[in-house]
Design a protein around this ligand. Structure first.
Ligand code: GLN
Length: 452
């Protein structure tokens, strides 16, 4: 049914870069046969899933939404993909994204924009825009995204679905093409809090192949998603993430959500996190610095596109330069240049060094807040989905969309965005974000379930 739906609507949604009907049907058939033979299978066996095209899959291309990896088929599966396969989830295909996950609208995909199922003239958010559009458009019941500065939660909010960024280190990054390694996390996208929790449980857990993977028990997210009880829970409303700069229709739904939590028995207080307003500035130095280093491996020597400049005898440097020029899009180049500059010896302390200090301050704000409250809440994004092209000429306007999501990545804490209705001013979905201390991902699902 999902493959039929993809065939029907994906030319309008652009959610997929690659569809694998044979592979998906083979897994589904195998699961059916094993179940018919009386085998007890994992809960999600047979439930199809879509995978962001930043995550390595044997037998299917992995392009990172970039021309530089066009047609590349990885020789190994990411750990999260191995886990999907072991749990019997048919993989429908690979979803569209901003190139190397850099963007908030999916307009920076080198192949095509993904579109919002609520209004196909609007963006689905990004960078996991294809995963969000696939789930919201009923092409897939579940999808994987990655979140470096909000790329699971923000497209979740824009398309009215649930999206979760787990605690940093909670889910393996092995086989996930790196954007900014100290910020990247893979997480679930789904149409309900419980669905997201079930997928989270498949993905999470220690992986010796990822040196930043936590060797700790996985939080009981499924139990929490079944509980949904906020009686006595202390909920902090982040003062700095609301009011000015937030669309009135978004703010209104958020205020109602806070009211609902109070009615359900939560103790709501206002909390101040003064360093959060510097989060974007710090992120747009730390992230490009890591990007400039991570993307150095796309050198046309080992894999991907190779362009030889005109003339017969080109040096290795000339081939690298020509290939990177042809293979990377403008936004990727902008970030590589910014990061290279920020890391250069004369400016390291002024830019990268300062940004790391701000990062510490953001983490301290979280630590202080979580002494007073169990979870924090805010709108996921300041606006609802905008029209394609509306912010394309103004990178800074696009970066401002991440104001509420970035602090969690800087501090490594988990965040969940869930839909809370349509904005009265635009008629488009609004998302509310719940944040919890590191390794307390279960709290997010408990609060999410209480609101659903
Ligand atoms: N929108 C942010 C950026 O452009 C976040 C991207 C992400 O989380 N992958 O960097």
């Amino acid at each position: 049914a999902h493959l039929d739906r993809i065939a029907d609507v994906d030319d309008r949604l652009g959610a997929f870069l690659h569809v694998d009907p044979e592979g998906a049907l083979a897994t589904a058939t195998d699961v059916d046969a094993r179940r018919a033979a009386g085998e007890t299978l994992p809960t999600l066996a047979g439930v199809p899933v879509a995978v962001k095209d930043l995550i390595n899959t044997v037998g299917q291309p992995t392009t990172a939404g970039s021309r530089i990896l066009e047609g590349w088929v990885p020789p190994y599966d990411a750990t999260v993909v191995s886990r999907l396969r072991a749990a019997g989830l048919p993989i429908l295909g690979k979803t569209n994204l901003d190139e190397f996950a850099m963007g908030s609208s999916n307009e920076h995909s080198a192949y095509k924009p993904a579109r919002n199922p609520w209004d196909t003239e609007r963006i689905p958010g990004g960078s996991s825009g294809g995963s969000a559009a696939a789930v919201a458009g009923y092409e897939a019941p579940l999808a994987l995204g990655t979140d470096t500065g909000g790329s699971i939660r923000q497209p979740g909010a824009m398309t009215g679905i649930v999206g979760v960024k787990p605690t940093y280190g909670g889910v393996s990054r092995y086989g996930v093409i790196a954007m900014a390694s100290s910020l990247d996390q893979v997480g679930p996208m789904a149409r309900s809090v419980l669905d997201a929790a079930l997928l989270h449980e498949v993905l999470a857990g220690h992986d010796p192949r990822d040196s930043t993977s936590l060797d700790a028990p996985v939080p009981s997210v499924v139990d929490a998603a079944r509980r949904g009880d906020v009686t006595g829970l202390r909920v902090g409303v982040v003062k700095e993430l609301g009011g000015e700069g937030f669309q009135p229709g978004v703010q209104q739904r958020f205020d109602e959500t806070v009211e609902l939590l109070a009615q359900a028995g939560a103790e709501v207080v206002e909390v101040s996190c003064p360093s959060f307003e510097h989060g974007i500035a710090a992120y747009y130095l730390v992230m490009p610095s890591e990007v400039s280093s991570n993307l150095a491996r796309f050198d046309a020597m080992r894999y991907g596109l190779r362009v030889t400049p005109d003339g017969q005898l080109a040096s290795a440097e000339q081939v690298m330069a020509a290939s990177r020029d042809a293979g990377f899009g403008d936004e990727v180049k902008r970030r590589i240049i910014l990061g290279t500059y920020a890391l250069s010896s004369g400016y390291y302390d002024a830019y990268y060094g300062s940004a790391q200090k701000v990062r510490t301050l953001v983490a301290r704000d979280f630590a202080a807040a979580f002494e007073q409250v169990d979870v924090l809440v805010s709108p996921t994004a300041p606006t609802t989905a905008w029209r394609l092209g509306e912010k394309s000429d103004d990178p800074l306007a696009m970066y401002l969309e991440d104001v509420a999501t970035i602090p969690a990545n800087l501090a490594g804490v988990p965040g969940l965005s869930l839909p809370v209705g349509l904005a009265s001013d635009t008629g488009l979905p609004v998302g509310v974000q719940v944040l919890a201390p590191a390794q307390a991902d279960d709290r997010l699902y408990n609060v999410g379930a209480a609101l659903e």
